[in-house]
Each structure stands twice: as structure tokens, then as C-alpha cells.
Design a protein. Sequence first.
Length: 201
Amino acid sequence: MGRGPRYKVPRRRRREGRTNYYRRYRMLISGKKIRAVVRKTSNQIIAQIIEFAPHGDLTHVGVSSKALRKFGWKGDLNNTPAAYLTGLLAGLKAKGKGITYAIPDIGLHEPTKGCRIFAAIKGLRDAGVEVPASEEVLPGEDRVTGKHIAEYAKKLKEENPEEYRRRFGKMIERGLEPESLPEHFLHIRDTIIGYFKGGEG
């Protein structure tokens, strides 16, 4: 821990690992006031469209992956496909409010290539919200659709049925065989897009 007369105790949110104030300051002086904020927890993905304001940030859109259940999603809420769908849903809501551009805000998460954070950003972009990000860091179609999960599940089912049931038991209880995740993902994606095309968003 820092010591000495010049040491300053970091702000509470920085101590808690929740806010990078230097990065936030850089965003503010860039002149771009609307941020695409993506966060992940141990059990869900959260995507928000937030605008800087002098007296406190304004949240225009806030979506948790839990909202995917409304559209029939039976997969987990914190994997790559769920992250993409959460971003897509947030992006479509933002477009409905006339928001078409936002700078990415990934907080203190490490910017790892193809991670869930960038899956959500890809969903936002596919919804029509321009979020600057290198194509190289965005996950490919196989990861977004959950093909890698389906292939792993199929292999595990053959080699270790007990571990297969342990890892995918809850998904199976919700009525989805993990081997069918890519097809289920495409169905839910079309359902979400159709919902907004129908003017329901």
C-alpha cells in the first residue's frame, strides 16, 4: 500500500475495482458524451448506453442478459452467445431512441480478443450502433453462435457423461440440449430482431 505525505487514497470505486477514472477522464475530454458500457458478472452480462452529464450520468438504455428469457433464451446468461444477444438487444433499443454512435467503455476488464465484452460490442454494432473497435478483437461467428460450446458438449457427452450432466444440467433442465445451442441462438436472434421490426421495441 502507498505511504508518505504525498500519497492519496484512491477513490472508493477505484479501490473496489469498479471505475478507471483516468480512462473515464480521457473519454470525457474526447468530446464524445455517449458511452456503450459493457460489464460482466459471474452470472450475467450487462450492456448500457450512458451519456455524460454535469450532474450525473444519464442512462438511456440498460439491458441485462436476464432480459433474454423474455425472448425464449434457454442458454446460460453469461456465455459468449448471451453476451452478443444482450448487446444486440441494447443496440436495438438505442436505435429506437435515435442513438447511433457510442464510444466503448469496458471498465477495468482486460481487452482480451474474442471475449464476452467484445461479443456484446459486436451485438451493439450489428444492431446499427457504431461502436469503435478493431475487427481483430471481435469474436468470430462460430463463437458468437456458440458452436464451440456445442462441439465441446458433444465431445464431453461421449467421453464423460457424468461431467456432461454436471456442466450442462441446468441448460438441459431448461429444455435445451447444448449440442443444439447454435440453432437456438439463431432462432432467438431472429426473434429479437423481428420484435423490433414489428415496432415493439
